[in-house]
Ligand binder design. Structure first.
Ligand SMILES: CCCCCCCCCCCCC/C=C/[C@@H](O)[C@H](CO)NC(=O)CCCCCCCCCCCCCCC
Ligand SMILES: Nc1ncnc2c1ncn2[C@@H]1O[C@H](COP(=O)(O)OP(=O)(O)OP(=O)(O)O)[C@@H](O)[C@H]1O
Ligand SMILES: [Ca+2]
Length: 598
């Protein structure tokens, strides 16, 4: 069907979602086209040979309003009957660092007639409904007023809430008054009508939401979370994170930047990123869930120390990290792990899990094979453990600086590539990092490499394994206090290797790992200096840091549950690949909406 009005031709094609006409932006004429998936407008100025097109995927349109509308600093509407305003996601450079900042782009269009204006707004709104099935309509929002720099409330009300309103999202906001309030609410209260849960806070707040939603889902499915062999039911509600904490590791590792406006826009457009989760058990009881760091030794000690200095805010980790580093501890332990299929990927393959990751997509098919829409949360969930042959457990024993398990890269501002740079968000595996006892400067080198792109695994006292499950126990013959003997250790002891007995036969690469680590004279001097600094007796047993919480148990079993939850995110965007398609619009419209509160 086509219409002609005042020399202006516009038409509707077969689909109700397709429309084309001239439109004006700031007195310049454009040819605008809405096709199935994109809204594009191209300048029609004959003098301008370089006809640039701005193209916005319909899925990234935030809202369409009649009239000339602004929303920041305050909403204002000039109700003209031939104009409409489109708000959409606009990418901004992030000063060269990885991940892209998203801002609210806005273009005000003028039409020749009110009829045409109404056609455009109707079609754009219909296209939005069709192409963004996961856009939330109603959200439950928890704000931790005390997280990070204590700006949670301010961040939500000034940066996030106006965007939700623009996108037509209604939210029920709860400012928490105590720890675990959000978790308890999710476990017990009526959640009917909500599409997702948003936390405004840090990793601790995210963890509350994670526990509440996983627990609630298993309760409703009649599954026992305590049983480590049970295949847990994926959570039906999405989780959104508005970063306002101290580390914000989960946000950084799934979005690529710590920025409330970027995260709010991912929530609004209904992005969906599945995430692996580790369950942690002691004997036959669930202790906690973890996504970013299950760490014994150094990271456990840093957390325990940092709890004494909460008043320092985010700085407490650097302070405690230094104190713990200087205390120069290592711990005896037996680590057993169930390797993942090495054909699928490896923690040292130097790939990165980015938006649209093919390793994660293939894992979706593997984890949910009977689902027509691989990844559907509801249809026949395949047992990840019971139907597979589990494989052989591998066992190692010795002294460790730290033992860490992470389901994802755990990149964060302090460590932009993270604890395991090639780990995947949703591949159903975790990376186990074993740092054997070594001299203090070696360990410092390991830590320092987290701050750059140098490979922290390319050190003789470090191993990394892609795993499906991990067990940790204390050695039967553990000495009560080994700290005093450190100065007199032999080279083997210094590396942490004892006469390891592999429980299931498969011995680790002691020969490779043990090679070429004779400490130099300089290192020996440094050791003496550092051991002089730390003069108190160190405990023989460390604690587990589970995503920033200290676990009450030392001997644990942890299993990875592939894609157990979904976040309103899409993984880290590869700046180079994404920037080009919006480059033209960036050149044209330099203004960005939204600022961060730092
Ligand atoms: C020499 C520079 C070394 C820099 C080393 C950077 C390594 C950073 C690795 C961070 C990994 C974070 C993983 C995420 C964990 C979250 O689920 C959890 C909850 O928010 N955060 C923490 O437990 C918080 C854990 C925070 C750990 C901070 C460790 C800081 C170490 C500083 C060591 C200084 C040595 C100085 C020697 C003179
Ligand atoms: N109203 C409250 N009062 C006290 N504690 C709270 C409240 N609301 C939430 N909490 C708890 O505060 C802890 C820390 O919160 P959050 O994660 O938001 O900030 P953070 O510790 O600064 O950041 P990060 O976890 O990223 O290091 C969480 O474990 C959460 O359970
Ligand atoms: Ca993973």
């Amino acid at each position: 069907m086509s219409f002609v009005r005042k020399g202006e031709r516009y038409f509707r094609m077969e689909s109700d979602l397709t429309l084309e006409s001239s439109l004006w932006v700031e007195n310049k004429r454009y040819r605008a086209v809405l096709t199935g998936w994109h809204f594009r407008w191209t300048e029609l100025d004959k003098k301008n040979r370089d006809k640039r097109t701005i193209s916005v995927p319909v899925s990234e349109v935030v809202g369409v309003e009649e009239g000339r509308v602004e929303i920041l600093p305050q909403k204002s509407v000039e109700d003209t009957d031939k104009d409409f305003t489109v708000f959409y996601v606009k990418r901004c450079s992030n000063g060269g660092s990885h991940g892209l900042l998203w801002r609210l782009g806005r273009t005000q269009f003028s039409c020749l007639s009110r009829v045409l204006r109404d056609q455009w707004t109707k079609h754009l709104k219909a296209a939005l409904k069709t192409h963004s099935p996961l856009r939330p309509k109603r959200l439950l929002v928890f704000i931790n007023p005390f997280g990070g720099k204590k700006k949670g409330r301010e961040i939500y009300h000034s940066l996030v809430s106006p965007l939700f309103e623009l996108a037509g999202i209604s939210s029920h906001v709860i400012v928490t008054e105590r720890a675990n309030q959000a978790r308890d609410h999710l476990l017990k209260k009526d959640l009917t009508g909500f599409n997702g849960v948003v936390c405004v806070g840090g990793d601790g707040m995210f963890s509350e939401i994670l526990h509440g939603l996983i627990g609630r889902t298993q309760q409703e499915a009649g599954l026992c979370e305590d049983d480590p062999t049970v295949t847990l039911q994926p959570c039906p509600l999405h989780i959104g994170i508005i970063p306002a904490g101290s580390t914000d590791c989960v946000c950084f590792a799934t979005v690529g930047v710590i920025d409330p406006v970027t995260s709010a826009l991912h929530i609004i457009i209904g992005d969906s990123q599945p995430l692996d989760v580790c369950s942690v058990h002691q004997t036959s009881a669930l202790v906690r869930y973890s996504v970013s760091l299950l760490g014994y030794g150094f990271y456990g000690d840093v957390l325990a120390e940092s709890e004494k200095h909460r008043w320092m805010g985010p700085l407490r980790y650097d302070y405690s990290g230094t104190v713990v580093y200087l205390s120069n501890r290592s711990y005896a332990g037996v680590v057993q792990y169930l390797p993942a299929d090495p054909v699928l990927s490896s923690p040292r393959d130097r790939t990165r899990c980015l938006a649209g990751c093919s390793v994660c997509s293939r894992s979706t098919e593997r984890l949910f094979p009977n689902s027509s829409d691989s990844g559907s949360l509801y249809s026949s969930y395949h047992s990840q453990y019971n139907n597979d042959s589990e494989g052989e457990w591998v066992s190692v024993e010795g002294r460790f600086r730290c033992v860490s398990l992470t389901c994802m890269s755990s990149s964060n501002p302090r460590s932009p590539l993270g604890l395991s740079p090639s780990a995947h968000l949703a591949d159903g595996t975790g990376d186990l990092i074993l740092v054997w006892d070594t001299h203090p400067l070696g360990f410092l080198k390991f830590l320092y490499r987290h701050t750059s792109s140098q490979d922290q695994f390319d050190l003789p006292f470090v191993e990394v394994h892609r795993v499906k499950a991990v067990r940790f126990s204390l050695p039967p013959d553990k000495e009560e206090d080994s700290f005093a003997e450190r100065e007199g250790q032999s080279n083997d002891e210094e590396r942490g290797y004892t006469d390891t007995a592999s429980r299931n036969g498969s011995q680790q690469h002691l020969a490779e790992k043990g090679a070429a680590r004779e400490p130099t004279k300089r290192q020996k001097t440094a050791n003496s200096f550092l051991c002089g600094v730390c003069c108190s007796k160190a405990p023989a047993v460390s604690v587990w840091n589970c995503d920033g919480e200290i676990l009450p148990s030392t001997e644990i079993l942890s299993r990875v549950h592939g894609q157990l939850v979904r976040l309103y995110a899409r993984g880290i965007e590869d700046g180079a690949a994404v920037q080009d398609y919006r480059e033209e619009s960036d050149k044209r419209e330099r203004s960005c909406y939204g600022t961060s509160l730092n």
